[in-house]
Design a protein around this ligand. Structure first.
Ligand code: ZN
Length: 221
């Protein structure tokens, strides 16, 4: 069994780098192929295998899975949750965009299921990192959003209420989903940063209605 840990690079960017390919490559230290899907708040994951034509237009998906060495994959966000995952035993990685819709559709659980089915991963081996996203301090939601997220996630400490208003922490909801399908808490890292609380550092769609995006990237390089 190969050990892939030494060659994996992951990064969550801020406003300074955003999703600019050249700046991302500069951070990594060399030119690499980058694949990002056309995100539409789906629960679709695209798997990039050897021979996949990267020069053709990207497809609509909100997660990317690959076992291809040398390929950087990523998602873009501005409040939604960027997640990257890696199985060091199977040599496969994933990047996931989970907004409230994706979280309500259980996109993370779908990706873990695909990793276990298609790549023989064990959920307990999967390492996961969750990048900066809007937290419950700033993310008030209606009962429809709260219900949809709760339906997919189950009970947990990712929802809080104050003065009749509801606030959701989507990063924590995704942690709950990850644990529910067998990931280990010890294998999950979550950024403490709230994108809305830190407008100088991150793009926040809710705070500024901006069009800029930061990214979450991972590659076996
Ligand atoms: Zn906040």
């Amino acid at each position: 069994m190969q050990n892939y840990s030494s060659q994996v690079k992951l990064l969550f960017t801020d406003r300074g780098v955003g999703i600019d390919r050249d700046r991302v490559c500069a951070l990594i230290g060399r030119e690499v192929d980058l694949y990002m899907p056309i995100q539409r708040h789906t629960d679709v994951a695209v798997t990039i295998l050897e021979g996949h034509d990267l020069t053709s237009e990207g497809c609509v998906a909100d997660a990317v899975i690959t076992d291809r060495v040398g390929l950087l994959i990523g998602v873009q966000t501005a409040d939604c949750v960027p997640i990257v995952a890696f199985d060091p035993h199977r040599g496969v990685i994933a990047a996931i965009h989970a907004g409230w819709r994706g979280t309500a559709k259980g996109i993370l659980k779908s990706v873990v299921a695909a990793l276990c089915t298609d790549f023989s991963c064990r959920a307990g081996d999967i390492l996961m990192a969750v990048g900066p996203s809007i937290k419950s301090c700033c993310y008030e939601v209606g009962s429809d959003v709260m219900d949809a997220v709760r339906q997919a996630t189950g009970a947990g400490n990712y929802i809080c209420s104050e003065a009749g208003r509801w606030y959701v922490d989507l990063a924590r909801a995704n942690l709950h989903q990850a644990l529910s399908v067998g990931l280990s808490q010890a294998n999950v890292w979550i950024s403490p940063d709230c994108t809305s609380c830190l407008p100088d550092r991150y793009y926040s769609y809710r705070r500024t209605k901006c069009t800029g995006r930061q990214g979450g990237f991972i590659g076996m390089l």
